[in-house]
Design a binder for this molecule. Structure first.
Ligand SMILES: [Zn+2]
Length: 317
């Protein structure tokens, strides 16, 4: 089996004692080993529903531990105060984001209630709020809740969606960069659908498993190694049947943001080389931060090129 080379600076060490065998997390069929990722986990392909998934995978406890320090160690979002975030967001035209543009074409947003599951830094909710929507969010991270309060969302809930009991049914439920993370994505999708009214819509934005599949070393399986499954168009077909949904929108779009791997650290280096390396490291961290902030400030989310993300909207019938 082909082993992919390292690309992402942030390669987790999972520990083989914490690995568990999995069947396909979407349809429960057996998978066929396909590629070995740089973190030594195996990407399998499910021949029944066409989903790529990791097995053996880190167990629930191992992932819980990983996510407890996720924002300090792994997240690439700039760590900014709620005040700074708000100032950055206020410079953005909401309709510059294709997901918001699409929702605005489907709904009168001034009469629309939206729930974002795992909203983190609540970019989408804040943009929708500025267009008149009622905005609600659920997140397990207290920092996300702090952002949500400061940005004036209508309601925020700290915790898992399985403990969330809203008093209304929503017009739109959003899961961006979410379904690739948990070991049991179908439980989350089922729960998300239960929050929708009939005719309401579920928006899913996730890495596209078949995006780079023809390439020698698909980038999708070399970055963000906390991802436990990769949806494809066939996965979406399976969801349509499984939950009796109607497909309203489907496209693949955009590129990943790649934090490059470190070169060989074992080579002896002189003191001045070490100092230079430290300086370059600091500069590259600064560049990543300004790159993301620039994206916020120039309204230029260049999603037009590439097919890294899978963007779909599914209607509950
Ligand atoms: Zn499957």
């Amino acid at each position: 089996m082909k082993k992919l080379s390292k690309l992402d600076l942030r390669t987790p060490e999972w520990g083989s004692q914490f690995l568990i065998e999995r069947t396909c997390p979407i349809c429960d069929a057996m998978g066929k080993p396909y590629l070995e990722r740089p973190d030594e986990l195996i990407t399998n392909l499910c021949n029944k529903c066409g989903t790529y998934f990791i097995s053996p995978a880190p167990d629930y406890k191992c992932l819980e531990l990983f996510y407890s320090s996720y924002h300090e160690k792994y997240s690439m979002m700039p760590k900014v105060s709620p005040e700074v975030l708000r100032v950055s967001y206020d410079k953005i035209n909401p309709l510059a984001d294709i997901r918001i543009k699409k929702l605005a074409s489907l709904f009168d947003l001034s009469k629309t209630s939206v729930l974002d599951i795992g909203f983190g830094q609540p970019f989408i909710l804040y943009m929708l709020k500025n267009l008149g929507a009622k905005t609600h969010g659920v997140d397990i991270d207290p920092k996300a809740i702090e952002y949500g309060h400061h940005l004036g969302l209508d309601s925020v809930f700290e915790g898992e969606i399985f403990d969330y009991q809203p008093t209304l049914l929503f017009d739109v439920v959003i899961m961006t960069d979410f379904v690739e993370h948990p070991l049991n994505p179908m439980d989350y999708i089922k729960k998300a659908l239960s929050f929708l009214r009939i005719g309401g819509m579920l928006l899913i934005w996730t890495p596209n498993g078949s995006g780079e599949i023809t390439k020698e070393e698909p980038i999708t399986f070399r970055v963000d190694l906390e991802h436990m499954q990769y949806f494809t168009s066939n996965t979406i077909q399976h969801l349509l049947k499984e939950f009796n949904l109607r497909l309203l929108h489907f496209e693949t779009i955009g590129q990943p943001f790649i934090p490059l791997a470190e070169k060989d650290n074992h080579k002896k280096i002189t003191k001045w080389q070490f100092n230079l390396k430290q300086k370059l490291k600091a500069r590259s961290a600064k560049m990543i931060k300004s790159f993301i902030q620039e994206k916020y400030e120039t309204n230029s989310f260049s999603y037009e090129i590439g097919n890294y993300h899978l963007f779909t909207i599914l209607e509950k019938q």
